[in-house]
Design a protein around this ligand. Structure first.
Ligand SMILES: Cc1cc2nc3c(=O)[nH]c(=O)nc-3n(C[C@H](O)[C@H](O)[C@H](O)COP(=O)(O)OP(=O)(O)OC[C@H]3O[C@@H](n4cnc5c(N)ncnc54)[C@H](O)[C@@H]3O)c2cc1C
Length: 442
């Protein structure tokens, strides 16, 4: 988000200078600590910074290595403006002071007209976030990153967490040929998934219109979700389990078919403690040994590690729902999403508005934060605020979204935008009363 903001400021202003401070050694934020086999979850089309395309084919889900190389290239490009400095291995303390980590905390003075907090969204990844449960009794627990480092097989793999990281861990194991019956997947809550096949890139042009029509015609929140599912926009792991979460995790239908091969889906809530082969939940204890032994008898070719279990932690809350704050507050800008689950585009849009309007009150009235959705009702509110933010920014930003590669509008094409405008005219954004009625109807 910091890089997307900096890029937009430097390309829209001829005089502004930007210093980006990061405690990591390289630009690229959390991608530096992600698992080696991570890729973007949405096409590269909408990711990175506005001035520079990402990936050879922007429809690709580009890899960690490509993303890190991209941010390095972008940082060099911004440095060539002569108005950009990246301060690696430097930390901003709670007192606002910048300290060089490798120089024992030596203070670095930067005179800033404005401080932009690009850390508020607090993205967490498993390799840098210890789990909230303990693993005792000789249990082997690794963050998802550990899967890429394995030097031998295990009899059973227990994937803990059902967000996008848990999905990636399960898919990685299946792609490496691990039999589905050697995987246990701890799914504390089922979530709705966005269907990548239906949405990207061509479906996006009709997506917002479809959502508006459904929000206008449906009789309840359940009806909204059923209609989105029937339209192929939303997917769920198990047709018999109604998801209680909505977190913008994205899969395609082929990935979902793979995930459905895993029969041992443990839905007993969150793990509180692991003790050797035993999983302790708040209201249940599950012993894994028996199941593993049973498998050992059935599949003779298994090696001597058959009784060993590898626990794979995928529980870090990558996209937490943070309480919204005013984005502009005196000499401070707190970057937040202004478009549902589109953080980097949001950071660039905030930078554009920063330069377009002089008055903080007007800027805050244009862009309201859209906290990450967590539960299905959040989807309704996030959709409403996202579209209203777009509508309100048309005045100050004009054709910005149409010209900016990070914006979905840019990829809708002229006809797509006209069609959307027509559908918006026929089915205006639902007001608070309508949303409350849908939620109340269940
Ligand atoms: C696995 C994964 C896949 C994703 N895929 C997509 C996708 O396909 N499309 C999409 O739009 N979004 C995706 N996202 C969402 C992603 O979180 C955002 O798109 C975006 O990259 C988040 O950027 P950020 O700047 O908020 O966080 P980060 O990338 O974490 O950057 C914050 C930086 O601030 C630094 N920092 C924090 N505190 C301090 C301090 N006090 N002093 C100095 N430095 C500090 C950290 O070191 C970090 O480098 C994905 C997220 C994950 C975890």
């Amino acid at each position: 988000m910091g890089m997307a903001f900096a890029d937009e400021i430097l390309h829209r202003s001829r005089t502004a200078r930007v210093v980006v401070v990061d405690r990591r050694a390289k630009p690229g934020g959390h991608w530096n600590s992600a698992y080696r086999f991570v890729t973007l979850h949405q096409p590269a089309l909408y990711y990175g910074v506005n001035s520079e395309p990402l990936g050879e084919d922007e429809r690709d889900l580009v890899s960690q290595a490509q993303i890190l190389a991209y941010y390095e290239r972008v940082a060099k490009k911004l440095e060539r403006t002569g108005r950009f400095t990246f301060l690696p291995k430097c930390e901003v303390g709670e007192d606002g002071v910048i300290r060089a980590i490798a120089r024992g905390g030596e203070e670095i003075a930067v005179r800033a007209g404005k401080t932009v907090d690009a850390t508020y969204m607090d993205v967490r990844v498993p390799s840098t976030t210890p789990p909230e449960y303990a693993a005792e009794g000789g249990a082997t627990l690794v963050p998802i990153n550990g899967l890429a480092e394995l030097e031998r097989g295990y009899g059973r793999y227990v994937v803990i967490g059902a967000g996008k990281t848990g999905i990636d861990a399960a898919l990685y194991l299946l792609e490496r040929g691990v039999a589905p019956d050697r995987i246990t997947w701890v799914v504390p809550n089922d979530a709705w998934f966005l269907n990548r096949d239906a949405l990207y890139p061509d479906g996006l042009a009709s997506e917002f219109g479809t959502q508006l029509e459904i929000l206008s015609d449906a009789t309840s929140l359940t009806d909204v979700l059923q209609r989105l599912e029937a339209a192929g926009r939303l997917l769920r792991l198990d047709a018999k389990v109604w998801p209680s979460k909505y977190r913008c995790a994205t899969v395609n239908e082929a990935e979902l078919a793979q995930l459905r091969r895993i029969g041992d889906v443990e839905r007993s809530g969150r793990i509180e403690r692991i003790d050797g082969p035993t999983l302790h939940f708040a209201e249940r204890t599950r012993h894994l040994t028996e199941r593993t032994r049973h498998l050992a008898n059935r599949t003779r070719h298994l090696d001597e590690t058959v009784d060993e279990i590898l626990y794979v932690d995928c529980t870090a809350d990558g996209l937490a729902k943070r309480p919204p704050r005013p984005i502009w507050d005196g000499d401070r800008i707190t970057l937040q999403s202004i478009s549902m689950c589109q953080q980097v585009m949001s950071a660039a849009a905030i930078a554009a508005l920063e330069l377009a309007l002089p008055d903080d009150a007007k800027k805050n009235a244009t862009f309201l934060p859209v906290p990450h959705p967590l539960h299905p009702p959040d989807f309704l509110r996030c959709t409403q605020t996202t579209i209203r933010n777009q509508e309100r920014s048309l005045g100050p930003l004009g054709l910005w979204a149409f010209r900016s590669r990070l914006s979905a509008v840019h990829h809708m094409g002229f006809l797509g935008i006209l069609r959307f405008a027509f559908r918006l005219w026929r089915h205006p954004v639902p007001d608070d009363e309508r949303l409350a009625a849908l939620i109340e109807a269940g």
